[in-house]
Design a protein around this ligand. Structure first.
Ligand code: FMN
Ligand code: SF4
Ligand code: SF4
Ligand code: SF4
Ligand code: FES
Length: 598
């Protein structure tokens, strides 16, 4: 085995790859060769480090120097200065978004201080395309432990005692689900991994698969042993090509090392995994639709019961869990259920991964112990709101969730607290909104998504959500009446109760939660015919403030509709509202901030 004095970790997650990390790796390899450092320095392509906002990221060990926004032309400097001369290149180090201090290593970065990496433990640490690195981090040790020292009941008990709940949205206790699949009778059983991840803005599962695919394979094999299955399927959307490629490599390597296949560890237990690609329909993430899709049928939900644990794939007992749920299994087996249940809150154990996005300084992937407050995530980990804007709300749970206002920022995050606030954990999308976001428009955005994604099988969802969207369109275009707000609420409640699957049952949530916390904004749209955040175009008008206008005429030059009049240097400029197409070009162009929209 070769020993290296330095390891250069380059992020190979989707975010950094799209901003050029593959080229960085090639350039590092060329430079290393040029300086004959191949036997001293190793370049490793890892999964996502989490702080995607500042990608592409390069971390050099043993110093742990954290280089951000690295370009091809910076590589030679890092090699010549840091790797050859041992001098950290200060001006390429990550700059803390908040206080401008230069931060040297990951441990010093605010973004990571409150995080606890369990599901993401190996992401950004190992090369996901090299099984040896996974094994080096205790990979497949849990499978060995389970197969050689634990009965199937022991495994299920350990998962039950850990308190782990499903991370795919519903939060169902994982051990209990495993128990159902174990008890179900059938000549054949299956283990399925749900990697469909259709929520807008979510990329937690993608990152686990890209950064640590073996942890999911190992957990699926453990689940197969526990319930008595010998075949597993990973259902992953085809829009995740890096995840799919790394999974394919991982499966092939695990088979080669005889960690998948027949007679694993010589124990007589056999288990294998195949990938099934989804075409990217949100409803295919719903478990019964997903099973239909694997069977080659149209991805439409089936009524439950029977639940998949009893009648799943091809009518056989099937255990279905989310990627992140599986990613927690190995640490539970290795460290014990007591360790896992010591993290988190009374009813929500362990950690949760969130994809933090929207109006936030540190966009990226974060993993926090359950019970961390929203405020800690947004201000301490996320670095607060850009441009000194005021925080307005945070949306959790994607199209199935809702918006939480500023007054609830101190709420500790767990399944039950988020539901009590009218939102939900969902799979972990977290979108931050500031004063410039219109909450009616946000509700409209999510509903528009559900209407598009409804499979059309049941009328409440097919027709009801469309009707709700029409009412929202009416309100955001200034034609709403007070009665529309009541109609919206009533329809929402009816759809929740009568839709066949979770998609329809939760589709009204963004509307109901914004009605609950931001009703004043709906009223402003309906009664005053204004959009307080200045978003809903049809309710806006652009104004020039006479006191601020310096009569320079720049706005008139920029106006594509030719609707600004005035004489340069002589008179205040004026907008003809009938001709204005509300493009905002004048407001952007005015150097004196004399133009506003209301
Ligand atoms: C419309 C809809 C979409 C869903 N999408 C996903 C998804 O992308 N990934 C996922 O794991 N679960 C998704 N779920 C939840 C699954 O149906 C299921 O509850 C989950 O995969 C079970 O795994 P868990 O117990 O590990 O959470 C979705 C549910 C609904 C109703
Ligand atoms: S609720 Fe919507 S997505 Fe679900 S079955 Fe009915 S129509 Fe299809
Ligand atoms: S750009 Fe601004 S200051 Fe100049 S004429 Fe237009 S409104 Fe007045
Ligand atoms: S918003 Fe656009 S169209 Fe309207 S006045 Fe300004 S530049 Fe002209
Ligand atoms: S993709 Fe590189 S840090 Fe997330």
């Amino acid at each position: 085995m070769d020993f290296y004095r330095s390891h250069v970790l380059v992020c190979g997650g989707t975010g950094c790859t799209s901003s050029g990390s593959e080229t960085l790796i090639d350039t590092f390899n060329e430079e290393i060769k040029k300086h004959e450092l191949e036997h001293e320095v190793k370049i490793v392509k890892t999964g996502c480090f989490g702080l995607c906002e500042v990608g592409p990221i390069v971390i050099v060990y043993p110093e742990g120097a954290f280089y951000a926004h690295i370009k091809k032309e910076n590589v030679a400097t890092i090699v010549e200065e840091h790797l050859l001369k041992g001098r950290i290149v200060d001006n390429l180090l990550y700059e803390d978004a908040k206080d401008d201090d230069r931060v040297r290593s990951l441990d010093e970065v605010d973004f990571y201080k409150k995080q606890k990496r369990v599901a993401l433990r190996n992401c950004g640490v190992i090369d996901p395309e090299n099984i040896v690195e996974y094994i080096g981090y205790d990979g497949y040790k849990a499978l060995g432990k389970v197969l050689t020292t634990m009965s199937r009941e022991d495994v299920i008990d350990e998962i039950k005692k850990s308190g782990l709940r499903g991370r795919g949205g519903g939060g169902f206790p994982t051990g209990i689900k495993w128990g159902f699949a174990y008890k179900a009778t059938g000549d054949e059983k299956y283990v399925v991994c749900n990697a469909d991840e259709g929520d807008p803005g979510a990329f937690m599962d993608r990152s686990v698969l890209e950064g640590d695919p073996h942890s999911v394979l190992e957990a699926m094999a453990i689940a197969g042993y526990a319930i008595g299955a010998r075949q597993g399927y990973i259902y992953v959307r085809a829009e995740y090509p890096i995840a799919v490629k790394r999974l394919e490599i991982a499966i092939e390597q695990a088979r080669k090392y005889e960690l998948l296949g027949d007679d694993i560890f010589g124990t007589g237990f056999s288990f294998d995994v195949e990938i099934r690609l989804g075409a990217g329909a949100f409803v295919c993430g719903e478990e019964t639709a997903l099973l239909n899709s694997i069977e080659g049928k149209r991805g439409m939900p089936r009524p439950r019961p029977p639940f998949p644990a009893n009648e799943g794939l091809w009518g056989k007992p099937t255990l279905l869990n989310n990627v992140e749920t599986y990613a927690n299994i190995v640490p539970i087996i290795l460290n014990g259920s007591d360790w896992f249940s010591s993290i988190g809150t009374e009813k929500s154990k362990g950690t949760k991964v969130f994809a933090l996005g929207g109006k936030i300084n540190n966009t990226g992937l974060v993993e926090i112990p359950m019970g961390t407050t929203l405020k800690e995530i947004i201000y301490e980990i996320g670095g607060g709101i850009p441009n000194e804007k005021a925080f307005k709300a945070v949306q959790t749970g994607g199209p199935s969730g809702g918006c939480i206002p500023a007054k609830n920022l101190d709420t500790p995050i767990d399944y039950d607290n988020l539901i009590a606030l009218g939102s939900m954990m969902g799979s972990g999308g977290m979108i931050v909104m500031d004063e410039d976001n219109c909450m009616v428009d946000i509700a409209r955005f999510f509903l528009d998504f559900t209407v598009d994604e409804s499979c059309g099988k049941c009328p409440p969802c097919r027709i009801g959500t469309k009707r709700m969207l029409q009412i929202l369109d009416k309100i955001t275009s200034g034609k709403g009446e007070l009665e529309d707000i009541n109609r919206l609420e009533e329809l929402a409640k009816n759809i929740k109760e009568s839709a066949l699957c979770g998609l329809g049952q939760t589709a009204p949530n963004p509307v109901l939660s914004t009605l609950r916390h931001f009703k004043n904004e709906y009223i402003a749209h309906v009664v005053d015919k204004t959009c307080p955040a200045g978003v809903c175009k049809e309710l806006l008008a652009y104004h020039i403030d006479e006191n601020l206008c310096k009569k320079c005429g720049i706005c008139a030059k920029k106006c594509p509709a030719d609707c600004i009049d005035g004489v340069k240097g002589k008179e205040v400029f004026k907008i003809d509202r009938d001709k204005c197409v509300k493009c905002g070009a004048c407001m952007e162009a005015c150097p004196f901030n004399a133009i506003s929209k209301k």
